[in-house]
Design a protein around this ligand. Structure first.
Ligand SMILES: NC(=O)C1=CN([C@@H]2O[C@H](COP(=O)(O)OP(=O)(O)OC[C@H]3O[C@@H](n4cnc5c(N)ncnc54)[C@H](OP(=O)(O)O)[C@@H]3O)[C@@H](O)[C@H]2O)C=CC1
Ligand SMILES: CC(C)(CO)C(=O)C(=O)O
Length: 314
């Protein structure tokens, strides 16, 4: 099976590295010139749990993909705001039976994917793996994780396609789980991203520092209440109290509390645009659709966009 990963940043490199190490036939596609040059020259040089491992890998710039390349499995790890532009280019290296797996943070990707692929080709999910980049071609890969996924279409072929991906992931140690309640998990993760990412970026702190403040609690509770109300409007059952407790687990400095969320790294560290429109912005949009007030998510979205403008984020 030919696996093509589009978006060879931190997460794309993690999945590419682990799948290639497990003997899979993997190609990476990316739009960042220096990253592609490094991958083509030296492969992935991973800091893998403290050990440097070099893994040669096939890699292309998004504007110079080999016309012979055809993906049986396409994994998307661009940033959310690059998804639509990426999908417009994928037709060149996909076919009618390509499975497309999207693991981006945020919500609503199934609606975008349906515009480009048949429902039976689409697999949605989320992942608890994390990754960072120390430089072009140099991912920093620490810790453990898992991938929850579910076929969007209902046909036998769609179900077996998702199971095939899980088998491949498990052989590579990526811990794939077939998850019928995938939308619950997607909203559960959104509760974390919809609070920690925007607030830590605006306040320029890590999650433990945010959690140590008294004044943040009301804001976090209001953001989560709005997210849970939208999930419920979409028939995803979840408890507000459980989700607030889940978010508060992130404050623990002995687990992930010392982490600066990816949005902080994008905006504050790397001066790049954020995924806010697919996190809090998506909640505000759905609030308008369902007639549910989402003032905290709306305000947070606008504040992050204001900060992007002030910092001249690209
Ligand atoms: N990192 C993590 O721990 C986790 C991330 N996710 C999600 O996975 C998706 C991918 O995230 P992630 O891999 O972290 O994103 P990255 O920013 O590492 O990579 C995404 C893309 O950004 C570009 N890029 C990255 N760094 C630079 C740079 N310094 N200069 C120029 N371009 C750069 C690259 O291509 P291009 O030039 O074409 O933009 C790359 O394909 C997101 O939806 C994220 O929310 C989910 C779970 C955990
Ligand atoms: C680690 C975590 C859960 C923090 O919000 C995350 O997903 C991110 O950094 O984007």
């Amino acid at each position: 099976m030919k696996i093509v990963i589009v978006g060879a940043g931190a997460m794309g490199s993690r999945f590419g590295f682990m799948l290639k190490q497990a003997g899979q036939d993997v190609a990476l596609i990316d739009g960042w010139d220096k990253n592609v040059e490094a991958l083509q020259k030296d492969g992935i040089i991973a800091n893998y749990n403290g050990e440097e491992i070099q893994q040669p890998i096939e890699a292309y710039h998004e504007d110079a993909v080999d016309p012979e390349l055809k993906a049986d499995l396409l994994i998307i790890f661009t940033k959310a705001m690059q998804l639509e532009a990426t999908l417009q280019k994928t037709q060149a290296y996909t076919h009618n039976e390509t499975r497309v797996l999207c693991l981006l943070n945020g919500i609503g990707y199934e609606d975008i994917l349906r515009r480009y692929f048949d429902e039976d080709q689409i697999i949605i999910g989320n992942t608890m793996w994390t990754a960072g980049l120390e430089g072009p071609g140099r991912p920093k890969l620490f810790g453990d994780g898992s991938v929850n996924l579910l076929n969007l279409g209902k046909s036998d072929a769609a179900v077996s396609g998702a199971h095939e991906v899980i088998d491949i992931f498990n052989e590579a140690g990526l811990n794939g789980v077939y998850e019928k309640g995938i939308f619950y998990l997607i909203y559960k993760k959104l509760c974390v991203n919809g609070t920690m990412n925007g607030l830590c970026s605006l306040l320029e702190c890590n999650m433990a520092e945010l959690g140590a403040t008294e004044a943040n609690r009301e804001i976090v509770q209001q953001l989560v209440s709005e997210i849970v109300a939208i999930a419920q409007a979409e028939d995803v059952e979840m408890s507000r109290e459980e989700m607030i407790a889940h978010v508060e687990e992130c404050y623990n400095p002995e687990t992930i509390g010392l982490h600066y969320p990816s949005m902080y790294q994008d905006l504050i560290k790397n001066n790049r645009s954020t995924e806010i429109d697919f996190i809090n912005g998506a909640i505000a949009d759905k609030g308008k659709k369902y007639g549910i007030a989402t003032p905290y998510n709306d305000f947070l979205t606008r504040l992050i966009h204001t900060k992007e403008e002030l910092l001249g984020a690209k």
